[in-house]
Ligand binder design. Structure first.
Ligand code: GDP
Ligand code: MG
Length: 374
């Protein structure tokens, strides 16, 4: 089997090189960012690496298929052409498709999962695998070992496969190292996004939650007074302080002064990501502000392309976290996963209701896995 690493500035370009060399249906073994300091890194340039292998199984199947179908694992599964595929992979492919995960990311995940599973019954020689893929093999071996029953007492192979697939899925989702409000980090949190996406509601939820779990003071800051009365009422209810700031300097001074004694939540005016002027104005306030963590708030019902465009346009600020609201208004969650894979920005919270009690949760990989492939 030919295994090769492809390095390019973007995933898309790397994928194009992979396809040029290995055909339309390579096995993607690993994708990763090349960190600064890595021997493969070029100074000042962001690079990504894809490790791919020629897919002989795929090539055989392709002989029976024509045109675009060659690229579509799901459709092949539907036609029953890939009867050799593990049941768990067919199930995965169906779920990703039903949850409207973008084809590009569904393909990557499916192929990687397939590759992981290939190592389950009889592990491939580790020497054949690149380093990171070998890590996946170790995981498979660990699961096998930890169950202690695989192949002996008929431990459900399907369960094991699903567990491995889930692990692979979870590995695609970045979550922040510490996700509980800003306690301990001395960072203020600012929430940006379009009008009506749920910024003020989310802040209310977090502040209320913080009130019950923390002894720190709570500071609610509004950038320009957008007449949001709700925060004043909330402040009364939970004994928080509200500030309205109209300049960057004011904001910076308040954060500096209160960051160690208070949990600071900053509400911002709703800005359409296509409105460059307003975006630049907001940028003036919070761009490169020390001790500030910026969350882009997005409704879970937004289409993938619109989310990606919002992330791109808001990235002038830049964005450190993505926060999905209104997950209760849909039961299609593929976009959350596709966006996590496409942007690699950590997901901070999801919110699932209008009421401000208990309808916010810090994101975990298992949570998203449960929503999409659970
Ligand atoms: N169903 C649902 N509605 C939400 C959620 N979060 C916010 N909303 C509603 O969305 C509307 C706009 O919210 P708001 O916080 O004012 O948005 P903002 O303009 O971004 O500050 C309000 O009616 C909220 O009650 C959520 O998680 N689920
Ligand atoms: Mg608001």
């Amino acid at each position: 089997m030919k295994i090769k690493s492809f390095i390019a500035p973007t995933i898309r370009e790397a994928l194009m090189s992979v396809k040029r060399e290995m055909g339309d249906s390579p096995l993607i073994l690993d994708t990763s960012d090349i960190e600064e300091g890595d021997i493969k890194a070029t100074a000042g340039k962001k690079l990504v690496e894809i490790v791919a292998a020629e897919n002989f199984i795929e090539q055989d199947i392709n002989k029976e298929l024509k045109g675009d179908d060659r690229l579509n694992v799901s459709s092949k599964v539907d036609r029953g052409v890939e009867n050799d595929l593990p049941e768990a992979i067919k199930e995965l492919s169906d779920k990703l498709s039903a949850q409207q995960v973008e084809e590009e990311y569904a393909q990557i995940l499916t192929r990687e999962a397939l590759c992981d599973l290939g190592k389950v019954p009889t592990a491939s020689p580790a020497s054949l695998l690149p380093q990171r893929a070998a890590g996946a093999a170790t995981f498979a071996a660990t699961v096998q070992g930890s169950s202690g029953a695989v192949g002996k007492e008929g431990f459900e192979k399907m369960d094991l496969q699903q567990q491995i697939i889930k692990e692979r899925f979870i590995s695609k989702i970045k979550i922040p190292a510490s996700n509980l409000a800003n306690e301990g980090t001395h960072k203020a949190m600012a929430f940006v996004g379009g009008a009506g996406v749920g910024k003020t509601t989310t802040i209310s939820k977090l502040a209320l939650d913080a009130r019950t779990h923390s002894d720190k003071d709570i500071l609610l800051i509004k950038i320009k007074d957008d007449s949001e009365e709700r925060l004043n009422k909330l402040a009364e209810l939970i004994g928080a302080t509200v500030w309205v700031v109209t300049t960057r300097q004011e904001l910076s001074m308040i954060i500096d002064e209160f960051k160690s004694t208070s949990l600071i939540f900053i509400d911002t005016p709703g800005i359409n990501h296509l409105d460059n002027v307003e975006l630049l104005e907001l940028k003036e306030y919070i761009h490169n502000m020390p001790n500030l963590e910026i969350h882009l708030v997005i409704s879970a019902t937004t289409r993938f392309v619109d989310v990606i465009n919002a992330v791109k346009n808001y990235s002038i600020i830049p964005i450190q976290r993505l926060l999905f609201t209104k997950v209760d208004e849909t039961d299609i969650y593929g976009t959350l996963f596709s966006v996590a894979m496409a942007t690699k920005i950590p997901l901070s919270y999801i919110t699932d209701g209008q009421e401000i009690q208990r309808s916010i949760k810090p994101v975990t990989g298992s949570m998203i896995a449960e929503m999409v492939i659970g």
